[in-house]
Design a binder for this molecule. Structure first.
Ligand code: FAD
Length: 465
């Protein structure tokens, strides 16, 4: 059996793991990364990137579909557009494959050795990897666990046949005629809306009384309106119960306790993601857990000396950029740098239509701190750029302390607001006050002006409303 030693071993080459390995390599740390699948992990292969490619294609298709028959207010007319999903998926696969090579190249450039195979802990310093050419043992001074997450499956609705997870949904060759989505969280709605735009009849079954329940109702209202406009049926307070005997319908218990059948040729289950904590020898090292996740401190150290954990396997928020930020920080700590972690300004984006962005505290969370707060909101209906994009529905909202105007949180809903996430994150990271945002000259005409106006509104003197 082949044996190698290194200073750092990273388990898993998702956004957390590969960023950690690249940064460690740049800092001269002798690093090996082990990956069972393709570089880039969930995010690049079956998550962020492929879903955004599909969402974009669906958006474009819907736009041109509305232009049929000369009804578009833009004065553009087209004849009967069609969508070949197999070609869309091939295009998406091409992007993924280019990025796979990109990540592999970056690892190589940083001097990181990549081992392909499944890694299993033997003890706290040794990992065995089953590769295509045989077994390999890797001894490392430090190990970073970055094994990510996988879709949660329901015992009464197991994956297989018509029941699919987001992974299969991103690789369909044909648009389902009738799609049932179990779970109205961000993944279910992002994909459900995309398929509705591509022509599927979509029903969302959500057990809670609201979709996107982690956001406040004011923020999600434009998304709910759009779901209605797209003809997506949303069953709230409804529980999925199983698959019909013929496999052609989802069995549901409605909010008033009645049994219902939702006809569907595909049932997409998006009820959450679970950490990948099995199959890699966690039992050999006995790390502390926080529920299903691996417990970490503010520097991503686990309960065992020399073992760090980052990304989805460590809990919420399960976001690629959080995993990357943790990966970079851990690499620097391992290289001897002083680093700390402040999760206050991790933005979160939901790529529904319209998009949602949040950074920092919501109004409710800010109120819960006890002090007085100021809230400024600016609607895109008063923003020229939004009007030129037919994107008037939505707003930017800024939440700040009333006493010293320190910005505590920023939220937005609207077409394309994902691009404002960087400005929101920067404002929080820099400890901006309302006056800093209000005093920043924003380019005209852009939706970013809504951010400045929301801060001005909180100060009591918005200019365009
Ligand atoms: P992962 O990306 O899950 O990577 C873990 C890697 O470890 C995998 O490649 C796996 O093969 C490998 N691995 C596991 N165990 C072993 C082992 N024992 N040996 C070898 N290799 C192993 N996040 C966003 O921020 N923005 C988005 O827009 C977004 N969209 C998403 C859309 C969908 C449909 C999904 C499913 C997720 C989305 N996410 C998004 C979440 C994002 O993908 C995850 O937060 C991110 O991938 C987590 O990174 P990670 O490095 O922790 O783990």
């Amino acid at each position: 059996m082949k044996e190698i030693s290194c200073k750092l071993l990273v388990m898993g080459a998702g956004p957390g793991g590969y960023v950690c390995a690249i940064r460690a390599g740049q800092l001269g740390v002798d690093t090996v990364i082990v990956e069972a699948g393709k570089p880039g992990g969930t995010c690049l292969n079956v998550g962020c990137i492929p879903s955004k490619a599909l969402i974009h294609a669906a958006e474009e298709f819907e736009k041109v579909s509305h232009m049929e028959g000369g009804n578009s207010p833009l004065g553009i007319s087209v004849t009967a557009p069609t969508l070949d999903l197999a070609r869309t998926v091939a295009w998406k696969d091409g992007i993924v494959s280019r990025l796979n090579s990109g990540v592999a190249g970056l690892l190589k450039k940083a001097g990181v050795k990549t081992v392909h195979g499944w890694a299993m802990f033997r003890d706290g310093k040794t990992v065995a990897v089953e590769t295509e050419t045989g077994s390999q043992v890797i001894r490392a001074e430090t190990i970073v666990i970055a094994t990510g997450s996988a879709p949660v499956d329901l015992s009464f609705l197991p994956f297989g046949g018509p029941v699919i997870s987001s992974t299969e949904a991103l690789a369909l060759n044909e648009v389902p005629q009738k799609l049932a989505v179990v779970g109205g969280g961000y993944i279910g709605l992002e994909l459900g809306m995309a398929f509705a735009k591509m022509g599927a009849e979509v029903t969302v079954v959500e057990a809670l009384p609201r979709v996107l329940a982690q956001y406040d109702a004011e923020l999600t209202r434009p998304v709910v309106k759009r779901l209605n406009a797209l003809g997506v049926e949303v069953m709230l307070g409804a529980k999925a119960k199983g698959l019909s005997t013929k496999g052609d319908a989802l069995l549901v218990e409605t909010s008033d306790g009645k049994n219902a059948k939702v006809a569907a040729d595909r049932i997409l289950v998006t009820v959450g993601r679970k950490p990948v904590t099995e199959g890699w020898g966690l039992e050999q090292i006995d790390l502390d857990r926080a529920g299903k996740f691996i417990r970490i401190d503010d520097q991503c150290r686990t309960s065992m000396r020399g073992i760090f954990a980052i990304g989805d396997v460590t809990g919420e928020p399960m976001l690629a950029h959080r995993a990357m930020a943790q990966g970079e920080m851990v690499a620097e700590i391992i290289a001897g740098h002083k680093r700390s972690w402040d999760k206050r300004s991790i933005p979160a984006v939901c790529f529904t239509d319209p998009e949602l962005v949040t950074a920092g505290l919501s109004p409710e969370e800010a109120k819960a701190l006890g002090g007085e707060i100021k809230i400024g909101m600016f609607p895109f209906a008063a923003n020229g750029r939004a009007m030129t994009k037919l994107g008037e529905d939505g707003f930017v909202r800024v939440v700040a302390r009333a006493d010293n105007h320190l910005v505590l949180g920023i939220q937005a809903v609207g077409q394309g607001v994902s691009e404002l996430a960087a400005a929101f994150g920067l404002a929080l990271e820099m400890g901006a006050r309302l006056e800093d945002i209000a005093g920043t000259i924003h380019a005209h005409p852009t939706q970013g002006e809504g951010f400045q106006e929301a801060a001005l509104k909180a100060l009591g003197h918005a200019l365009h409303i």
